[in-house]
Unconditional design. Structure first.
Length: 203
């Protein structure tokens, strides 16, 4: 298993990054919140990883810290939650926010996570409410900390935001509507994504 990767960040294309380690490029799927915390392309990064081995593929998922990965692993143990849904949880909110929703049994808030319906939300509360004590302190970032930027990519900010939000499970029509509502000239993809998620959470 690959549990940690340190190297040069060479690609940021939501929801994937590529980290070069001595000439080998590792493709890693990351939550959108992790993308926000990454430095510019060609900077050194440290990514905490979880490796998923399937019959048809091997997938690396990446996180800023061990708490995020621990929550991801706990989510995978819930019936009906796969890697995509678990990444959507960590894209939409911090570990501490998710723990608070579970502890307060806030079904209405949990169903706002892309791909999570009412039955799945109830199952998350039932199966996770006694398993999250060590995550409740919140996220502690790893030393990738610089200003977040989804730049250095040829697509427009709105196109990048569209791709990132669809990777979370939002439907294309829903994403287009959200972006039209919040996007303004000269906004970065990060700003558009943040506003879309805030707008969705408030709806």
């Amino acid at each position: 298993m690959i549990g940690r990767i340190k190297g040069t960040l060479v690609v940021k294309e939501p929801p994937m990054i590529i980290v070069d380690v001595n000439g080998v490029g590792y493709e890693i799927e990351v939550p959108v919140r992790v993308l926000f915390d990454l430095p510019e392309v060609n900077s050194e990064v440290t990514i905490i990883t979880h490796m998923i081995v399937r019959e048809d593929a091997q997938l690396l998922c990446g996180f800023n810290n061990y708490q995020q990965r621990d929550l991801f692993r706990k989510l995978l143990k819930v019936s009906g939650i796969g890697a995509k849904s678990a990444l959507a949880v960590l894209s939409t909110m911090s570990s501490a926010e998710f723990v608070a929703m579970i502890q307060s049994q806030d079904v209405n808030a949990i169903v706002k996570i892309p791909g999570v319906g009412k039955k799945t939300a109830q199952r998350l509360i039932l199966e996770m409410r006694d398993k999250l004590g060590d995550v409740a302190a919140g996220d502690i970032s790893m030393p990738n900390a610089t200003a977040a930027n989804l730049g250095n990519m040829p697509a427009t900010a709105q196109s990048e935001a569209l791709i990132a939000l669809q990777s979370l499970g939002f439907k294309p029509q829903e994403v287009n509507m959200l972006i039209k509502q919040v996007a303004k000239d000269n906004m970065t993809a990060e700003e558009i994504i943040r506003l879309c998620l805030q707008h969705k959470g408030a709806s």
